[in-house]
Write a protein that binds this ligand. Structure first.
Ligand code: SF4
Length: 454
């Protein structure tokens, strides 16, 4: 077992604005009843704020001293904790629940497969194997069904992505890789191998065991293991633990995933069944108060008790909205303060907790982001980060403002959301928000929307 400083549902860690409690949502989903339970809990036990994280989880901030136990009890009562007995392993079972799927899993007309059941199987495996208590709480898996709305640029310790094995046939396989992302462009590393959908959960289990078999105490993530073991050695170890057929050939290695379309996270879009739509919006800077949560819960309840789905863009998606209810749902989201249209600059700005909540932050990123949004040009997507840890984004935004002092930022630019160099090229140092807005509005700035595989 490992000590951890990461917040979890059962491990509330202190911050400037009180305790932080991270609620991991299976498949990013939150029922109306759970949203209400969180709204009540944060009003009573915290400062009334819930942030959506870039892993489609929730982070409750400002937990009051002395209220931790009651908050945790309320969340467990609402079914937001890990499965299994509430023993000493409970916190570790919570930590390992890091499986990301598309917010439109099971609903996307373009998906090759519905990943919901496989994701549940993987989560069950992860929570029930006590050995996995040795994993870092950051160890994470991506399960991609080929949806058009998908976050593909967050590196994962293990990624699994649906692929059509033979374009002329219907059979689907899952390509997989380690310490990275599904390949979209020619320059990206290809898949290591592929397995049948029925073998995906067992493969994930075997890969995690392989990691634990081979990792030394200082190796906490798959990238650490790859630094000291070859891929062939790791795959040979997997094969020694399982009967699963690992399919490897040139077509799997050459396979590239179809690009995703993140714009589908906003507004209304038809689902697979054509009669229903998913409708999405962005709370301001990914932050919801209890009133917003209650409003979203009501919307979900009014819609045949549908669930809310959090997105890795720090937004919310409602699925299964009847076509006749789409306009009313969009209007309701607007009233709740969610931006549902990419023209709204608040859909193109993200910021970490900043100096109001985090001792590491050199600036009040949230307040500065609001100031910047008021004068943001139409093309710009900007991430404001209080320090290089980049809590608000696991991918690279086209523009990053990295705090260097209160109200002062270095401006970075990249064309590549997976930029291995970090935030990209530094364009200017020590800018005020007004100066940064001026530069972003300047025609000479490089465009952000060049294809990343150019
Ligand atoms: S990015 Fe840095 S400053 Fe911002 S919340 Fe994370 S640790 Fe704090």
């Amino acid at each position: 077992m490992r000590p951890s400083a990461c917040p979890g549902l059962l491990r509330i860690v202190p911050a400037l604005d009180g305790g932080i409690c991270r609620v991991k949502l299976a498949r990013g989903e939150l029922s109306a009843a759970q949203a209400l339970a969180i709204a009540d809990a944060i009003d009573e036990r915290a400062c009334g704020i819930a942030d959506i994280t870039n892993r489609a989880n929730l982070q409750l901030r400002g937990v009051k001293r002395g209220h931790e136990e009651a908050l945790v009890a309320a969340l467990l009562q609402a079914g937001l904790g890990p499965s299994g007995p509430q023993d000493t392993m409970h916190a570790f079972a919570d930590d390992v629940r890091n499986v990301m799927v598309s917010p439109t899993a099971g609903r996307d007309a373009n998906a090759l497969i519905d990943t919901s059941t496989i994701a549940d199987d993987i989560l069950t495996h992860l929570q029930s194997d006590k050995r996995f208590a040795a994993l870092s709480p950051k160890f994470a898996l991506l399960l991609d069904g080929g949806e058009r709305l998908a976050m593909l640029d967050h590196p994962h310790d293990i990624w699994l992505s649906a692929m059509r094995a033979h374009p002329e046939r219907d059979d689907v396989l899952f390509a997989f890789g380690l310490a990275g992302c599904p390949p979209v462009a020619a320059k990206h590393a290809g898949a290591l191998a592929a397995v049948a959908p029925s073998d995906v959960a067992a493969l994930a289990h075997a890969l995690v065991h392989t990691f634990l078999d081979l990792a030394m105490p200082e190796h906490t993530r798959m990238r650490d293991l790859l630094a000291v073991h070859s891929v062939e050695h790791i795959l040979a170890h997997v094969k020694s633990k399982t009967e699963i057929a690992l399919l490897r050939d040139a077509s799997i290695e050459r396979w590239r995933r179809a690009p995703a379309d993140p714009s589908l996270r906003l507004g209304a879009h038809r689902q697979r069944d054509e009669r229903r739509s998913h409708v999405g919006g962005q709370p301001v800077l990914g932050r919801m108060n209890s009133a917003t949560l209650r409003g979203l819960a009501q919307l979900a309840a009014d819609n045949d008790d549908a669930t809310l789905r959090m997105t890795p863009w720090q937004g919310v998606l409602l699925t299964d909205i009847d076509t006749t209810q789409v306009a009313a749902t969009l209007q309701a989201l607007d009233v709740l303060g969610l931006a549902c249209n990419a023209q709204n600059p608040l859909t193109r700005v993200i910021a970490c907790a900043g100096s109001a909540g985090c001792a590491k932050s050199l600036a009040d990123t949230k307040a500065d982001a609001m100031k910047l949004a008021a004068c943001l040009p139409a093309h710009a997507q900007v991430h404001l980060s209080g320090c290089p840890r980049s809590c608000a984004a696991a991918h690279r935004a086209p523009y990053t403002l990295l705090a260097v002092a209160p109200g002062r930022y270095d401006l970075y630019h990249t064309h590549d959301p997976r930029d291995p160099t970090g935030f990209g090229r530094c364009l200017a140092r020590g800018l005020t928000i007004d100066e940064a807005a001026g530069m972003l509005n300047h025609a000479a700035l490089p465009p952000f929307d060049e294809p990343s595989d150019a």
